[in-house]
Design a protein around this ligand. Structure first.
Ligand SMILES: NC(=O)c1ccc[n+]([C@@H]2O[C@H](COP(=O)([O-])OP(=O)(O)OC[C@H]3O[C@@H](n4cnc5c(N)ncnc54)[C@H](OP(=O)(O)O)[C@@H]3O)[C@@H](O)[C@H]2O)c1
Length: 309
């Protein structure tokens, strides 16, 4: 297998330009070949910002690269990822992989069918402050016994003045469940393993509270929103078990540094042919949980009414 060096960015929005494009441009071992977007003006602006080429036709970009990074709404990502994989291009995906399990599985199948490498950029899991903490937590669990529970609060403030995602249509439609949920689940899955069953209830606006039963018997809770009142956003998590009670640390690195590490991981997976632990199949695990939450919330009478004495 050869190591991909020529990368193209699919998407022209804030994240595509400030993280994907900036990180690829700064990476010493890869070439940022260009941006593709549905709006030629946006593609031109992104390309000019980074001194690279704008592509109006996705097939033209796919012909010029070894790998793509995808910074598009998740329901769009699934289709273009399948197209890129079918063209033999390696995939650096963003979260969530898709907004339905069927779409997520289509990407996983395309990755397998074409024997391309894939990595999902789960921001927290590419930061040494977080991965070091997770290593320590795994060591504690090995010594004292598995983690038993945790609470995970992940809240964005999309309505705060100047928030770059204020105009993001998919975020407005799908809410914090699909935007911040993958971040929470990246840590939950790492420490507690697979989710077997779940229940969920709604809060103000897009807020969702989720209770998860894990295959190993642990129980965790997620509180997710994108519309926390201004000044109340942010994420925190606490986990507990025989090894004590511990808070997830903050990370000090930048998203661009983390993305550079994700590029390295994708290149390594392509070189060796060994799937990365954060590949498309792992990304589908999170989509399965998020889709099950949505299914639970849509069920009439999914919550039990409490009598008001
Ligand atoms: N890992 C992280 O921490 C992190 C942080 C931020 C974002 N992200 C991820 O990055 C991805 C993109 O997020 P974003 O904030 O950039 O999203 P966004 O602002 O909602 O949209 C990004 C771009 O997608 C394009 N687009 C929308 N619908 C399209 C369609 N049907 N076909 C082709 N292009 C379409 C838009 O292009 P036009 O404007 O040209 O129409 C827009 O520039 C998401 O998966 C998000 O979760 C991850």
């Amino acid at each position: 297998m050869s190591t991909p060096t020529r990368f193209g960015v699919l998407g022209t929005g804030h994240w595509a330009r400030t993280t994907h494009g900036a990180a690829l441009r700064a990476h010493p071992d890869v070439e940022l070949v260009g941006f593709w977007g549905r709006d030629p003006g946006h593609a031109r602006a992104a390309a000019e910002e980074h001194g690279t080429r704008a592509y109006a036709d996705l097939d033209d970009l796919l012909a010029d690269v070894d790998a793509v990074t995808v910074a598009l709404p998740p329901d769009v990502q699934a289709d273009v990822a399948v197209r890129a994989a079918d063209a033999g291009r390696h995939l650096l995906l963003d979260k969530p992989l898709a907004t339905s399990l069927e779409d997520a599985v289509r990407v996983v199948e395309a990755v397998q069918r074409n024997a391309v490498a894939s990595v999902e950029y789960l921001t927290y899991l590419f930061q040494p402050d977080i991965t070091g903490w997770l290593d320590g937590m795994r060591a504690l669990a090995a010594e004292h016994g598995p983690w038993e529970g945790g609470v995970f609060r992940w809240a964005g403030t999309i309505d705060a003045p100047g928030n770059p995602y204020a105009g993001s249509a998919w975020r407005r439609e799908r809410g914090g469940l699909w935007d911040t949920g993958p971040h929470a689940l990246s840590v939950v899955h790492d420490l507690f393993g697979d989710v077997e069953r779940l229940a969920a209830a709604r809060g103000p606006r897009d807020a969702v509270t989720v209770a998860l039963e894990h295959a190993n018997g642990a129980g965790t809770a997620l509180a997710l929103t994108l519309t926390a009142p201004v000044g109340t956003g942010g994420s925190f998590a606490t986990v507990w078990g025989p090894g004590g009670r511990h808070d997830l640390p903050r990370f000090g690195g930048t998203p661009q540094e983390g993305f550079g590490r994700a590029v390295d991981r994708l290149r390594e997976a392509a070189r060796t042919g060994e799937p990365d632990p954060l590949d498309a199949a792992n990304a589908a695990r999170a989509v399965a949980v998020l889709a099950a939450v949505e299914e639970h919330l849509a069920r009439p009478g999914s919550t039990t009414a409490v009598p008001q004495p």
